[in-house]
Design a protein around this ligand. Structure first.
Ligand SMILES: Cc1ncc(COP(=O)(O)O)c(C=O)c1O
Length: 313
């Protein structure tokens, strides 16, 4: 694909395939859930409750993780029931999750409903584990701190000791974990630098949230590392009109990767992140053959609710 963008002067582009993490079409949340579900089981919980948009990849992977570990899953999704389920929402239903719609979009109002539901279940003798949006808490981010160590080993095995890494950033738990993991990996001889490509918020907000989560994770593992938002890079110029609104750059990126590599991205997260990387390559940021890593975080089920973006041309 890099050749299609920059011809003979193309950098060497690598994909880290977290769209293949294994749970019901994969994605980055599976790595967070590995730790969150373990924490839920350790605490003796029998139910997972979480939230997200109707097309939340996080909600779908939580539904799959609950199915895999015999935990009931209740999804309190933002907004109103869109009608016939499609994409991730359809998979939530197939995976056996109880899907409710909060009737409101506001994060705090949705969280209040989740807390009330957890209390109601407790009165009935159940124990619910409440997972904030995106699983973006220090326990979840552990999944990405450890994922970086895996990536560093794979990179070193093919002779790469230094590279920029691009990743879609939303609720910042993924980038928070990656940032911490990169500082740990540096001690093991891999010098990676992360560029989060925002799909929603301004750079500063994501940098602050990433640092907060990363520091919480560092504390959890007894590390003395602490990050400042000033050392976290987030590109927020590829969001377009807003979260989950497809952009021409994102659509181009999806088609380019599909048609050159047979790999699918999505319009909400990875398409925009790849659009960011393509733009950086076109601006000449990387020299010929220089390694650049794109961390594919999944999201493919959402493609099916964006058919019009690909067919109306
Ligand atoms: C496919 C995909 N990529 C990236 C992200 C961003 O991860 P985070 O919310 O941890 O920033 C998400 C979050 O939902 C996602 O579903």
């Amino acid at each position: 694909m890099a050749r299609a963008i920059a011809g003979d002067r193309a950098p060497r582009l690598y994909l880290k395939r977290d769209d293949l993490t294994g749970l019901a079409t994969g994605g980055n949340k599976t790595r967070k859930l590995e730790y969150l579900v373990a924490d839920a089981i350790r605490q003796g919980c029998d139910t997972l409750i979480t939230t997200g948009a109707a097309q939340s990849n996080h909600a779908r992977q939580t539904a799959a993780a609950g199915a895999r570990y015999g935990l009931k899953v209740i999804l309190v999704l933002e907004g109103h029931d869109p009608g016939e389920p499609q994409g991730n929402h359809l998979l939530d239903v197939i995976l056996g999750a109880e899907v409710r719609f909060a009737g409101v979009e506001d994060d705090e109002a949705v969280w209040e409903q989740i807390v009330a539901l957890g209390d109601e279940l407790a009165r009935q003798g159940h124990r619910a584990y409440l997972i904030p949006v995106g699983g973006s808490v220090p326990v979840g981010a552990l999944g990405y701190a450890t994922a970086v160590l895996e990536l560093a080993e794979q990179a070193k095995a093919i002779g790469i000791r230094k590279a920029d890494i691009y990743i879609a950033s939303g609720s910042a738990g993924t980038q928070g974990g990656v940032e911490l993991g990169l500082r740990l990996a540096r001690r093991q001889g891999f010098d990676g630098h992360c560029y989060g490509v925002s799909v929603s918020h301004r750079s500063r907000e994501i940098a602050e949230e990433s640092a907060r989560i990363a520091n919480g994770t560092a504390e959890l593992i007894g590390s003395d590392l602490r990050l400042s938002p000033d050392e976290i890079d987030v590109l927020d110029q590829y969001v377009g009109p807003g979260y989950a609104v497809a952009t021409p750059g994102g659509v181009e990126a999806i088609e380019l990767l599909a048609r050159s590599e047979g790999v699918l991205l999505d319009p909400v997260y990875t398409g925009k992140a790849m659009a960011g990387l393509i733009d950086q390559i076109r601006q000449g940021r990387y020299g010929p053959g220089e390694p650049v890593i794109f961390w594919h975080t999944g999201g493919v089920p959402a493609l099916f609710v964006y058919a019009e973006e690909f067919t109306r041309k």
